[in-house]
Design a protein around this ligand. Structure first.
Ligand SMILES: [Zn+2]
Length: 142
């Protein structure tokens, strides 16, 4: 007999909490999932918009002959901004997708660095977090 993953992992039952926190309820996990899912959709749309704008900027740049150098400079600046926005958004999208995958695998909520619970309060504030606060701070200082 084969049990499905969902049956082995009823929503919430396996998500860890920190000491002193209440266990996750199915509703809270459902909210978390909805939040992550809508973030993924939002970021996919944002990336599509930025990429369309970038394509436009690049197209402008290729036939930039005879344009005011100041215009060219400002469109380069704009392009750089769009590019960093696109890569930030892509990174956040990745984190959300990754968090959703962990949630599906029943591994969500455990720090990927130290293996301790990330904590319910932190996850509700940052559903895409995959590290506890102290590991995150350590990683950022590196
Ligand atoms: Zn940790």
């Amino acid at each position: 007999m084969t049990a499905t993953k969902a049956a082995q992992n009823p929503e919430g039952a396996l998500l860890p909490v920190r000491e002193g926190e209440d266990p996750w309820t199915a509703e809270e996990v459902a909210e978390l999932r909805a939040e992550l899912t809508s973030e993924v959709e939002r970021m996919q749309q944002a990336i599509a918009v930025v990429e369309a704008e970038l394509a436009e900027l690049l197209a402008d740049g290729s036939d930039g002959a005879g344009r005011d150098p100041a215009d060219v400079g400002s469109s380069n600046f704009e392009r750089d901004q769009e590019m960093s926005l696109a890569s930030n958004t892509r990174e956040m999208l990745e984190q959300n997708v990754h968090a959703l995958r962990l949630l599906d695998q029943g591994k969500y909520g455990t720090c990927e660095s130290c293996g301790n619970p990330i904590g319910k309060a932190r996850l509700q504030a940052f559903p895409r977090a995959t590290m506890c606060v102290s590991c995150k701070q350590r990683a950022e200082r590196r």
